[in-house]
Design a protein around this ligand. Structure first.
Ligand code: IPE
Ligand code: IPE
Ligand code: MG
Length: 237
């Protein structure tokens, strides 16, 4: 791609296909998750290099708890390691890291790590990176509605004051512009409860490539495709 300035401001990714990639290589699913986590490390630098300002990735959904206990445990261990390494990444590369999703539903040490990492990186001005852990859009919207209802009950606001902007500000993504481009790897074309509110005007891009091997060239192709879209709304290109 010649003009890196054309990169979308905010790219959201559904990192899918770890299991299928592993299966195709004759490995257990957990090997796919480990390779997927490694790929995410690389993708942070690639996204930054290509001029993307915000990157939001789906790592674990509220539905993913239904997977086998072994797989869930392996994933939690990977997230633990990933968040622990986050401090170095944030410091070295000026990355701001935020964890979105229902935090109290995560193991306590992961909750603490997420709190500490957000605090540690909050003033960083490089890539703004969001990782969705125990995230479900319906859960996020439900939590936002509850908070707003509390404010009405306490007399802080009137029902007439409720606006789209107010709802946006009560989501986990408050202060983050809506995604311009959403990429789902590995062929499925559903949203799986990802950013339902935030994706209202987003372009959707699907690729058969599995997440563990989705690389720079693949991201460039997605961006090139994005640049062929005729957009009336959303962030300026
Ligand atoms: C995505 O890969 C990672 C998570 C959902 C945690 P999958 O584990 O969904 O891989 P497939 O879809 O089974 O191939
Ligand atoms: C969505 O992928 C969640 C993540 C990538 C973390 P899934 O593989 O869990 O979604 P479904 O089950 O195919 O809808
Ligand atoms: Mg999947």
């Amino acid at each position: 791609m010649s003009d890196i300035n054309k990169a979308p401001t905010h790219v959201a990714i559904i990192m899918d296909g770890n299991g299928r990639w592993a299966k195709s290589k004759g490995f257990p699913r957990t090997v796919g998750h480990a390779k997927g986590a490694q790929n995410l490390e690389d993708m942070l630098y690639i996204a930054d290099e290509l001029g993307i300002k915000y990157l939001t990735v789906y790592a674990f959904s509220t539905e993913n708890w239904k997977r086998s206990e072994d797989e869930v445990m392996a994933l939690m261990n990977l997230f633990r390691e990933y968040l622990r390494n986050g401090f170095k990444k944030a410091a070295r590369n000026n990355v701001r890291i935020r964890v979105i999703g229902y935090r109290p539903g995560l193991p306590k040490d992961l909750q603490d790590l997420a709190d500490e990492l957000e605090e540690f990186s909050k003033d960083n001005t490089g890539l703004q990176f969001q990782i969705a852990l125990n995230y479900g859009s319906r859960d996020e919207i439900t939590r936002a509605v509850k908070k707003i209802a509390e404010d009405v009950k306490e007399g802080k606001i009137n029902p007439e004051d409720i606006s789209e902007e107010m709802i946006s500000k009560h989501l986990d993504t408050a202060d983050i512009p809506d995604p311009d481009l959403m990429i789902r790897t590995s062929g499925e074309q559903r949203l799986s409860n990802y950013l339902l509110w935030q994706l209202a005007y987003t372009e959707f891009y699907y690729t058969d490539t599995h997440w563990p091997v989705f690389g720079k060239k693949d991201l460039q192709e997605a961006i090139e495709w994005y640049n062929t879209r005729d957009r009336r709304y959303g962030n300026a290109k």
